[in-house]
Design a protein around this ligand. Structure first.
Ligand code: ADP
Length: 612
């Protein structure tokens, strides 16, 4: 991904409104109430400072002699001001409690909202986004920063709002005394803030550059801690090797990160030092004014405190501002992700998908290659699948079979040529409507760690209540018996991720995936390696059922099992993205070409294996 020019980055970092929009969308009511609470909290310190001044002034008036009676007005005033100051203290504590609660509640709401934003976009983008390495960094950063950075912005806003309001109040008080004082305070904070913003920019650029390394470290971590690789890791004793690889990357990242932490600490030190110098010069000035009798002792204490607290507020204000700047800078990854426009979208005026299919699917001179790939993966492919016809697609690994399946199901669009359904370009349909017409078994089908029932009805969630159909689909794929032996039948959670989950074999998972296709019951059936994990007996059974499933339907089966290929009406042999042979089993055997060679090789290997 191209690195943004500096001015674009700065512009993005300052545009906090986009993050605020997320905060507002997550919970408008929290946002309004929080604003009000912050305003109150901002003014309360000023009230308390003023009360301290009044108390001290009354005390100085009376000292050193005590009045005769408690009813003396001066003593009464002191008690009144102290009570009021206590009331303000209690009120401040209450509003702090309220602000804390609101901050947490709002942060939770924002974080959940951000998950929804990321999830919705992830569901919307094209498959290409997930399969292309060039988007991986954006996706990784959007997923890792997206949910928590706006929350951090909420916290920053709270801190900035509260300290900003308090600082303004205190600055106003000091301004009335001497305008130079608040200006000096602000100036003393400038070196720190400049350094901090520079630091944020540097760490952002560094992280952008290092995202791939971070992803790689995360990948090793995922392999070491997940279940997918546990078997092979143990067998090949790979734990140590991957721990070292992970550690190697993390060591480099940590060293580089520490360099930035040192920069940050140095910035803080400079900021603190300039604040200390400012405080003491200002304190000397205020004390001098008190000695000259220009201000009362109460005034002096009030200004002293105002100065110290004002600097504290300013520090929090600037720190939270800098943190928001940094958060917003990092959110650019999320904005970049949210800006990705899916290309496979409904056309402006979509055509309805034919209710019944007459001519079937046709590939006309279709050519395709993946982004950043020089070579054509599919090259000038022509074939058709008519209703009632079973077409088998065979070919070496990498010849483009799965890519054809992706083109047929419109997960990608061809670069040249077109795919039609009953003569209409499939781009003219709404993708969702068109895909409803296809029952699909993917080669890398999902093992949903959910109930057996869900594993079947996820094939067509619109029919999820149809228990009879769920059971019928299970029967058709032959998995019904396995399900009936599970502890809670169709309600049994499958897989080992969750408690009481029961694991199935690879073949059984594959049968479940086939059930999903039976359940969907669409006029086009696409099966990509549907029997790779099945034993020969089950495979034969499934194929006879598939014949049943594909009756009157247009079916495309990708398979390496040549025994099953024989059942197809038409066989396409794909080689380097081109169809090099086309015909029935008998025709292709008679041709004595690639198909006949592949078939005979597999048959002889099978018989040799048999003979042993
Ligand atoms: P088959 O299913 O016949 O084994 P595929 O259709 O999966 O073959 O792959 C065909 C070619 O396309 C291979 O050379 C593969 O490396 C390449 N390919 C597959 N998927 C992608 C992708 N997402 N991005 C880039 N190249 C890909």
């Amino acid at each position: 991904m191209a690195i943004n020019p500096l001015h674009t980055k700065l512009k993005n970092a300052i545009r906090i409104d986009r993050a605020l929009r997320f905060v507002w969308q997550a919970s408008p009511s929290y946002t309004i109430v929080s604003g009000m609470v912050l305003a109150v909290l901002g003014v309360l310190p000023l009230v308390s400072l003023y009360l301290v001044k009044l108390i001290i002034d009354e005390v100085t008036k009376l000292a050193p002699s005590l009045p005769e009676t408690w009813s003396d007005p001066a003593l009464f005033n002191i008690l009144l001001y102290i009570s009021l100051a206590c009331g303000v203290g209690l009120l401040t504590a209450f509003f702090h409690f309220l602000a804390d609660y609101l901050k947490k509640a709002q942060a939770l709401a924002v974080s959940d909202h951000m998950f929804s934003v990321v999830h919705e976009k992830s569901a919307q983008v094209d498959l290409d986004f997930f399969e292309s390495p060039k988007y991986r960094d954006t996706l990784f950063r959007a997923q890792s920063e997206g949910p928590y950075r706006p929350t951090s912005i909420v916290n920053g806003l709270f801190a900035a709002g509260q300290s900003g309001a308090s600082f303004l109040a205190v600055a106003w008080l000091l301004f009335a005394f001497n305008p130079i004082l608040p200006v000096a305070m602000i100036l003393s904070a400038v070196p720190g803030i400049v350094l901090r913003l520079g630091y944020s920019q540097k760490i952002y650029s560094w992280q952008e550059k290092r995202t791939e390394d971070e992803r790689r470290a995360y990948y090793f971590h995922w392999m070491l801690t997940g279940d997918t690789h546990a078997k092979e890791f143990r067998f090949f004793n790979l734990g140590g090797y991957f721990i070292d690889r992970f550690r190697g990357i993390r060591d480099t990242l940590r060293k580089e990160k520490l360099h930035f932490e040192r920069l940050r600490a140095m910035g803080d030190l400079i900021a603190q030092s300039s604040a200390v110098v400012c405080v003491f010069i200002s304190l000397a000035y205020i004390a001098f004014q008190a000695v000259r009798g220009e201000i009362s002792i109460g005034d002096m204490v009030m200004y002293f405190q105002a100065l110290q607290r004002g600097l504290g507020f300013l520090k929090t204000l600037l720190e939270s501002g800098a943190q928001m700047y940094e958060d917003n800078l990092f959110l650019s990854h999320l904005y970049r992700f949210l800006k990705v426009k899916p290309l496979i979208t409904p056309p402006v005026s979509p055509q309805p998908v034919p209710k019944t299919i007459d001519k079937g699917i046709e590939f006309n001179n279709v050519a395709f290659n993946y982004q950043n790939c020089e070579k054509k993966v599919i090259d000038c492919v022509n074939f058709s699948i008519k209703p009632g016809e079973v077409v088998a697609l065979v070919g070496h690994n990498g010849s483009g079979k799965t890519t054809l399946v992706k083109l047929l199901s419109r997960l990608y669009d061809p670069d040249q040529g077109k795919v039609t359904l009953d003569g209409i370009d499939i781009k003219k349909f709404r993708p969702r409507e068109y895909r409803k017409k296809i029952s699909m078994v993917f080669q890398d089908h999902i093992r949903y760690q959910m109930s057996a029932r869900e594993n079947i009805f996820l094939g067509d969630i619109e029919q999820k209540e149809d228990t009879t159909k769920i059971k019928q689909a299970a029967k058709q794929s032959g998995i019904d018996q396995v399900i009936s032996y599970l502890t809670s039948g169709y309600e049994t959670i499958l897989g080992r991720w969750f408690q009481n989950g029961e694991e199935l074999s690879s073949g059984q998972w594959q049968m479940l995936a086939i059930s999903r296709a039976f359940f969907k019951d669409s006029p086009i059936v696409v099966l990509d390696e549907p029997s790779s994990a099945l034993d020969p007996e089950t495979e034969a059974l499934i194929f006879s059922r598939i014949k049943e499933l594909t009756k009157d339907r247009a079916a495309l089966i990708v398979t390496h099992r040549y025994s099953s290929v024989k059942l197809a009406d038409k066989i396409l042999v794909l080689d380097q993205g081109r169809i090099i042979e086309k015909g029935s089993h008998q025709e292709l055997m008679a041709l004595k070409g690639t198909y006949a060679h592949l078939f005979n090789t597999q048959a002889s290997a099978y018989h040799q294996g048999d003979g042993k």
